[in-house]
Write a protein that binds this ligand. Structure first.
Ligand code: GTP
Ligand code: MG
Length: 361
């Protein structure tokens, strides 16, 4: 069933091809702003996907007016958020993250009648201009299901900014009644830790023979995982996948016992045949039961919110610092002094901080 408002807002291909992007963006922004703060909140709480998508676009906007409106929407949605299971999925490019989410999400919708939101954090999309096509073609049935909401990574901004937008998007999805939030990130940089810090359950997907370094074993990513799953355990790869599972299970034993009361596990699965996917979801549910019973679930979420606050402060301070006229005037020359050895980085940093603090009085 297509939302009539959704199709009204969809950009027609013929038009998009000839229209300059700025004008197109301005036109979309104008339409978007025609909704009041209350209309956004009501639409989200009623679970209207078009409104939810538009509110997330506001969150991602760099315009001050959009930002202010987005914050008011978030505040009103906050009391309705939190009622979900947040799962983070990482793994090397091509590990099968999107395919697994497609199978898992479809089963949650079909067998349990639940709603599923999929958000992506893709640091590489800053270079490639977004992964919309890839995500939507690999999650075909989710992309067309009424009970699913698939949102690719914003293609602009630093990892910190993208992570903040994703956290906020997650809260709006929860307010819109999505009981399952899945955050996909490609495991090639810092984005795994950003995702780990926003979810209840962190899943690392591995492949046989793809190299430990690349798969995050040596970068400590494995240590964060509640479950490590060896995907593509199908056809001729089944035996090798089982061997890799045993190896991963052994490696997991060497990590310190988690305070969550949960013992990490290694599983095999196949997004192609569906093997192991329901066992995987049972693990997620079991983890939720265990950590809710011992208080870890709520405690971890509270700690996350405190950490988010500090991150936002840091980003905000950095922005204020870098855009401050007195700093902009002196920064380049002082950087040059450091580069040419005329001063130390400590003294230079102190000088700039003093300039900033002095100009604030
Ligand atoms: N044989 C087999 N192929 C799979 C399985 N899961 C995924 N694939 C294939 O692996 C390729 C990559 O799958 P994706 O789901 O796009 O992987 P991804 O981890 O989301 O990739 P990126 O988003 O690009 O990082 C596709 O060609 C899939 O069809 C599986 O369980 N078995
Ligand atoms: Mg993917």
């Amino acid at each position: 069933m297509t939302d009539p408002k959704e199709s009204a807002l969809r950009v027609r291909p013929g038009r998009a091809a000839t229209e300059p992007p700025q004008e197109l963006l301005a036109r979309v922004a104008k339409r978007r702003r025609s909704l009041s703060h209350q209309q956004y909140v009501d639409g989200i709480l009623k679970g209207q996907r078009t409104i939810l998508a538009q509110a997330i676009t506001l969150i991602e906007s760099s315009r001050a007016a959009d930002r202010e409106l987005a914050e008011r929407i978030l505040e009103d949605c906050l009391p309705h958020s939190g009622n979900s299971i947040r799962v983070g999925i990482t793994g090397v490019p091509g590990a099968g993250k999107s395919s697994l989410i497609e199978v898992l999400g479809t089963s949650l919708i079909r067998d349990h009648g639940q709603k599923v939101a999929v958000l992506a954090i893709d640091p590489s999309s800053q270079l490639s201009g977004g992964s919309i096509l890839g995500d939507k073609t690999r999650m075909k049935s989710l992309a067309t299901s009424d009970l699913a909401f698939v949102r690719p990574s914003p293609s602009r901004g630093s990892l910190g900014g993208v992570a903040q937008h994703t956290r906020e998007a997650m809260l709006l999805c929860e307010a819109a009644g999505y009981q399952n939030i899945i955050v996909e990130t490609v495991g090639v940089g810092q984005s795994e830790t950003a995702v780990y810090d926003m979810v209840d359950f962190f899943l690392l997907i591995m492949l046989t023979g793809a190299g430990d370094e690349l798969q995050g074993m040596k970068r400590g990513v494995m240590e964060l995982a509640e479950v490590v799953v060896i995907n593509k355990a199908d056809g001729a790869n089944r035996a090798a996948a089982e061997r890799a599972r045993i190896e991963a299970q052994t490696a997991l034993h060497y990590f310190p016992v988690s305070l969550s009361g949960w013992t990490p596990r290694a599983l095999t699965c196949s997004a192609q045949t569906g093997m192991g996917i329901s066992e995987l979801w049972n693990c997620v549910l079991e983890h939720t039961v265990v950590t809710k019973a011992n208080g870890w679930f709520g405690q971890a979420r509270r700690n996350q919110t405190r950490k988010w606050m500090h991150e936002i402060i840091q980003q905000g301070l950095m922005q204020q610092f870098e855009s401050h006229p007195a700093i902009r005037k002196r920064l380049e020359a002082i950087e040059q002094d450091v580069l040419e050895g005329r001063t130390t980085s400590f003294r230079a940093a102190r000088t700039l901080l003093d300039i900033y603090a002095g100009s604030k009085h």
